[in-house]
Design a protein around this ligand. Sequence first.
Ligand code: 6MZ
Length: 362
Amino acid sequence: PGTPPISGPSLAALNTLTEEEVEFILGLPKAELHAHLNGCVGMEVLFELVDELDGESGGGPGTSSPTTLTKDEIRTGLEILESFSIDDIGEFFKVFGVIYGLVSTRDALGRVTRGVLGGFIGRECEYLELRTTPRRLGRSSLEEYLETVLDEVERYPKEKAGLIVSVDRRMGVATENESEGVITVEEVINLAIEMKKQGRRVVGVDVCGDPRSGDMELLKPVMGKVREVGLGLTVHIAEIPGSVSGDTQNLLSFTPDRIGHGTFLSEKEKEIVLERRIPVEVCLSSNIICKTVPDLASHHIRYYLERDHPIVLCTDDTLPFRTSLTAEYALLLAKPPFGLGLSREEVRRVAEWSLEVRFGGR
Ligand code: 6MZ
């Protein structure tokens, strides 16, 4: 329960493994460090939430539900999610409209968070560093959003779960924008810092969202604060080719502790990553399904593995990418063309890195 059905490239890899090889993967101590909460929600809980929407018109105008979609529109959206295929990464971000329409109350948020934590911890990994972007649910504040998620995270000991607060590249920055409804990066960063100071289980900050949007130059003044309070910093970087001029350099100038994806880093930028030994969060199925990488054989994971540079294997969004952490590890162990054909020792090393480079949990 709470775990989305697996299909696609990672299932194909998993299906080539013997039972004993799957046991080997399951038995490896490991951490999941790059999983977006609303991208990892189980399908069953989403269907439960559809059924609970007011009346047949779902959350349409005039009902108490905040979504503007009808029940039928939401059901169709969920069916599409189950066999999701896209031609361009830009289309990917639209899938969250349906999920946000359903995860739209504190109660729903608490339930999905519990499901996601329970799906990973103790089943697929020892330790989960879950990330999420705070948003306003009805009249609730951003703080209440994070409190709801943290209440669930903190049911586990710190050795098992921590929270990374995501800022979305599309968020505003300047405080004069702070009119009704606009969420600013500064507001979110300050909140993450404040909650860490209060002793809540915030372990880091992430920069995510549609890579075609936003100006990372604007984030410079606020990023310093994150480091001062000892929060970890991870950034989605070079997810698409030819990103906005200076974007990658700006993100690297924040001296992140880890980077996400890094698919289109230039040779020079890769050298910086190697020199500073910045661990790379790698999401194989995500990259293949979003078509930012044509196939496994040409994935940049090879570049880092050949140089014994730390990488962390992660799922990104188990729901749209129809994967699990075990299935992602199957992509390492399975023989080509289904997987990368790594040795057990190499797979074990990858699992060890995941625990070594976590922000919290020690
Ligand atoms: C960039 C991504 C992402 O935060 O609402 N997100 N950002 N690249 C990706 N990989 C292709 N996958 C997910 O979880 C969903 C949000 O995470 C970000 C998007 O901003 C998405 O709206 P939360 O829990």
